[in-house]
Each structure stands twice: as C-alpha cells, then as structure tokens.
Design a protein around this ligand. Sequence first.
Ligand code: THG
Length: 370
Amino acid sequence: MNPVELVLSPRLRVTPFEPRVRELGIKSYTVYNRMVLPVNYTNTLDEYHHLCANVQLWDVSAERQVEVVGPDALALVELITPRHIAPCEVGQCVYAPLADQDGLVVNDPIILRLAEDRFWISIADSDVLLWVKGIAYGCGLNVRVFEPDVSPLAVQGPKADDLMADLLGPQVRDIRFFRFIETTIAGTDVVLARSGWSGQGGYEIYLQNSADGLALWDAVWDAGGKYNIHAGSPNLIERLETGLKSYGSDMTHDDHVLECGFERYMHLDKPAPYMAKESIEALQAQGVKRRLCHLMVAGNPLPGLRERWPVLNNGTLAGYASSCAFSPKYDANLLFAMVSVDSATPGTRLEMVVSGNHCEAIVKDDRWKS
Ligand code: THG
C-alpha cells in the first residue's frame, strides 16, 4: 500500500522538541492527545536493535500531564482508579488504570505524587482532563485540575545510566525504579524519573517550560555523543517483547478494567471510595467474560496491523488481535488479543485470520512463556 502523509496543522499540537526531531530526519508521526508523536527516523527493526544496545532520546511530549492540586487532590485521584494511591509517597510514581462508573477503562497513566496534595497524571491517548474536571465539579471537590506546560523527554536504553551520570553526577544512579527527583538540566527545572515505555531501563525528564525544550534536548544529546545516542521513539517490537499494552489499541473505553490484565495495579478493596467499585463487584459476581492475552504466531513476519484481526477457537469467533510485531528475540510474531475467557488459557491453540489467510496462534503467559 502507498505510504500516506499526515498533514500537520496547529490542530496537531507541536512539541517543544520538534525542531530537533525534524532536523534529525523524522520520517513518520502518529497523533496522540492531539499532539504529534514522532515514530520512525529509520525503521522499527533498526531502531529496536539500537535501543537494546545503546541509548535513545524520545520526544514523548504527547504523554500530557493532568495536574490535580488542592486539599481534595488525593480523594479525587483515588476516585478515578481502583489502585490504592494513598501509599504512594511524594517522589514516587505508580502505574494505575483509570476506570469510570461502568468499570470501563478511561486511560492507563503513570501517576506522580509531587506533594501530599499535588499529582501529575501522565496520560496515554484519551481525554482525561475533561473527565477529571467534570468529576471534580460534580463532586464539589476543592481542587484545581489543568494541563500544565510539561513535556516528557525519555532517555531509554542500557547506556542511559552512564549518560545521565555524566550529565548530572553519579547520584542519579541511585534513583529507584518509579521514583523521581527535582533537579535542573541546562538551567531549566525538571522532574527526573526512572521510568519509561521500554524494558531497557532509563529515565524520563519532565520539561516544565516549553521555551527551554531545545536547550534540554541539546544538553542530553551532547552528553550522549560518546554513547552513540540516536533519536528514537516507543518501539513496537520492544514494547511487545516487554509486554507493554497501548491504550486505544489493546484496550479502549469498550473494555472493562477487569478484562485487561491490570490485577497487579489494582487494590479492589482499597479503603478510599472509587467510581468503578460497584461495576467491578457486579462483574466479579457474574464472572469476567473476556481477557486481554498474549498470542504467539510462528513463521514469517505478519504485515502491519491496521484493523484488528479476528481470532477463532474451533471455527468460532473468540476475539480480536490488536497489536503485532515480529520479535527477533523470540523469532516469532507477538500479539495482544482480547479473547473470551475460555480461549485465554496459556497453551490454548487458536486461529487468526490475516487478510483472508488463516494461521495458528498460541496463547502465552505474560512473559511469552508456557
Ligand atoms: N511515560 C509517561 N507517561 C506515560 C507513559 C510512559 N503515559 C502513557 C503510557 N506511557 C502509560 N502506560 C505505561 C504502561 C506501563 C508502564 C509505564 C507506562 C510501566 N510498567 C512497568 C511494568 O508493567 O512492569 C512498571 C509498572 C509498575 O511497577 O507500577 O513501566 O511511558 N511519563
């Protein structure tokens, strides 16, 4: 199929790093939170190999922040997620699914606690700001909810630690996973977290003033020279190998929070009230009917997935696959698929239909084993 062009207009918001991204030869963008998200500079496979061996700089400004601040901030954040947020310390981040009163998944952000009464909800691609503002007003909560001028820049890959230690000193090595510090880089205030959308390790630098974007980019880029830094982006192959699901593709507002494999990130009996509780209890009583699972398809690389591929069990439609990449590590295609529970047990052999052709797909556990 012909490559198509994405027409850039002010409706697709620019990022503070866009001039550097363009100079470095960005070839494709996607759109995320009404902002451009750079995807490929070369191609996904070369970028995968580079990411797993070196260090990359990712413009992930499109992971926008929803700031919640004020006396009722904790109560509001508790309300929107089945995860217990009170134990999250200042300086800590947690991965937390957001779910509405029907238990449907609204987003799967990282939540950062900046102060006892101040949070950033670092969102995936959906309109969290308006939803949270509506809840705050409807519940009469004493909070301010807004989108600050904050843009994450990710430094990912096995050389990220050495790079950041050169830039800021050896103490950055002590930042624990999903913890952050406040510091300055190139004279601009940043939040520096050990996190990021890859399994390769690294940091996310939250720029707090768009006007300083290029100075920040250049400082990290220059420190990365000796580590063979490349510009990159969240990588489809790597994120499937690591098991990172993408909101909008792998789960959407059509899916219940109990169906999406969020068990580890929920505390259904948490003490604080939350909107999805009754719906979760009702579905638990009924029994969950679908489950997001890992599928492996042997053989040659499958084509790019534009529309979800049907998954069959003994000839009957069981669900749909939503993401796919050919993995060099497993020498097989890796996929996520939402399928009926009776088709979701690891080891089950299913069939998948890709542009008219049938292929065998095996359900795997969440480590791509068994
Ligand atoms: N960084 C920031 N914001 C984001 C993302 C990010 N917002 C949208 C999206 N990505 C959120 N999704 C995820 C999903 C998983 C993880 C991070 C963001 C992740 N998970 C680890 C895991 O599953 O093992 C650890 C989770 C935990 O221990 O709580 O890292 O990338 N700023």
